[in-house]
Structures are given as C-alpha cells and as structure tokens.
Ligand binder design. Structure first.
Ligand code: PAF
Length: 281
C-alpha cells in the first residue's frame, strides 16, 4: 500500500509523532489486528480528535520465547485496516526505539498480578507495565483504550496510571466475540481448523455456568464443574478457572464474600495455543 497517498502517518520513530490536533486517543496493540482491536479504534475515533495506534510486539511481556517467536505479525494487512478505520497515526517502532537500553524497572501492582495470568505467566505484567508506560510517555495520549478480554491487564494498567500519576484516562471496552461466541484474539488465527471448531465450547460453558451455578453449588465446586465441562471437549485443556472479585481480582471464597461483582476467568489450551476469556457473574 502507498501510505504517501493517505492521510494516515506511519511512524517508526518517536520524534515523528508530531502535529496532533485536539484530544489524543491511543490504542496500543501488538498487531495481527481483528474486530476486537477495530472496536477499540472505533471507540477512540468517536471520543478523540486525533487517533494514534501502536503496533509493537513487546518482547518483555513474553515469558516464553517460543510464544514471542510464533506471535502473528501481519503489518501490511494491519495498516490497511487502520487506514480504513480513519486512524491518524500508526506508531510501529523497532525494539531499540522502545528499549534503547534494557528496561530493568520493576512495578508494584498491589497484588493484582499475584493471581491468574500473573501467577501462570511470571513477569508478563511487569513487561506490560514497562511497555505501556513507555508508550504513554512517547505518545502522550489523553485517553487510552483497552479491551476487557484482558481484564486483569486492564485492572493493572488502571492501577499503574493511578500509582504513577500518568494523567491518562483509561477506557475499558467490552469483549468482541465471533458469531459462535469465541472471544476475538490475535492468537485465534494460529488455531488449527479442528481446534478453532472446538474453541467456542469455552464460552458456551462459561455462559451456561454463570446462569446456573451461582448460589447452587459452592465456588470451589463451580470451578471444578466448569473445568470438567470444558475438558469434556477432548481438544481443550483447562489451565485454570478462577472466580474472583472484579475489582480486587482476589479469588472469591464464597458467592457472598465478594466486595464488588464477581467474574469468572478462564485460561485454556487448544492444542499449542493458549486462549483466555472471562465473563461477569
Ligand atoms: O493487550 C495487548 O495487546 C498488549 O498487552 C499491549 C497492551 C499492547 C502491550 O503490549
């Protein structure tokens, strides 16, 4: 595609991000864009005068080097989608622009990272904190848009912004699902045909469970039942099911003890691909 003929500006360097108008909205991504990302861009476009999207596969948030290597990279197609969505600036830097020297900062997320993804992917959220704070520093947005599919990430970023006084309004946007219920994710394109057909079973089980299990069985039994139901599909293997407070993310001991609303969180392997999902209870 010839970007010279479009109004979208592709920037590889921080210094090229110049000439903003009015309020600046930012959608950070790792590329391999899908309808979930485009809904964030749509919300950003509605709320802000200037829309900036970053495409950067952040090495520091991958605890598994194989996962980093296999992460899908589809820049050409991403740029075409972003241009059609009316984006003003795409920031797609090389690694050295984000990390001129190794980032050794350690974040304190107040325990929000001690459970679920934080527990199962050591160092992941510290890497997310590093890249998001660095991107905010470069892009200088007024508002930034994140999807609720990564619900724990959203909570951690809100916490970081408050703790460091970053002055960015964080906007959470609902999960976008395929018509069969599978939460949209860049990793879905890596699924085999068979695993893609099996994957909607995760949401089927979660949505049925939240209707039928709350109050009917204990929280511990509900987690066991949900795990068994997901694993009844031979192509799926549950890594964890958690029922946790939607604000503190701490596991709920009972249905009544939650401070705020409860949510059910799932991480499931479909072959080599790890999928996550969550749903309000
Ligand atoms: O959610 C993602 O795609 C990434 O974690 C993010 C926020 C772009 C940081 O690399």
């Amino acid at each position: 595609m010839n970007l010279k003929e479009t109004r979208m500006k592709l920037c590889r360097r921080a210094s090229e991000l110049a000439g903003y108008r009015g309020t600046v909205g930012f959608v950070p991504t790792m590329g391999a864009l899908h309808a979930g990302h485009l809904s964030l861009v749509g919300e950003c476009r509605k709320a802000c005068d200037t829309v900036v999207v970053s495409i950067f596969v952040n090495p520091t948030q991958f605890n598994d080097p194989k996962d980093l290597e296999n992460y899908p990279r589809t820049e050409e197609a991403d740029l075409a989608l972003l241009e059609a969505a009316g984006v003003d600036f795409v920031f797609a830097p090389p690694v050295e622009e984000i990390y001129p020297t190794p980032d050794t900062r350690m974040f304190d997320f107040g325990g929000l990272d001690g459970v679920m993804e934080g527990e199962h992917r050591p160092g992941h959220f510290n890497g997310v904190g590093q890249v998001v704070s660095r991107l905010f520093d470069i892009v200088k947005p007024d508002k930034a848009f994140f999807g609720e599919k990564d619900f724990q990430q959203l909570a951690i970023i809100r916490h970081m912004v408050r703790q460091l006084g970053l002055g960015v309004e964080i906007v959470g946007c609902p999960i976008v699902r395929d018509t069969d219920g599978l939460a949209r994710s860049s990793r879905n394109m890596l699924l085999t045909r068979e695993h893609r057909q099996a994957a909607p079973h995760i949401y089927e089980v979660l949505s049925d469970a939240v209707r039928s299990l709350r109050g009917a069985v204990s929280v511990a039994d509900a987690k066991r039942i949900i795990t068994e139901r997901i694993d009844a599909e031979p192509l799926l293997k549950t890594e964890y099911i958690e029922i946790a407070d939607a604000v503190t993310l701490q596991p709920a001991g009972s249905w009544g003890n939650a401070v705020g609303d409860l949510r059910c969180f799932a991480a499931v392997h479909a072959g080599n691909i790890r999928l996550i999902d969550n749903i309000a209870i």
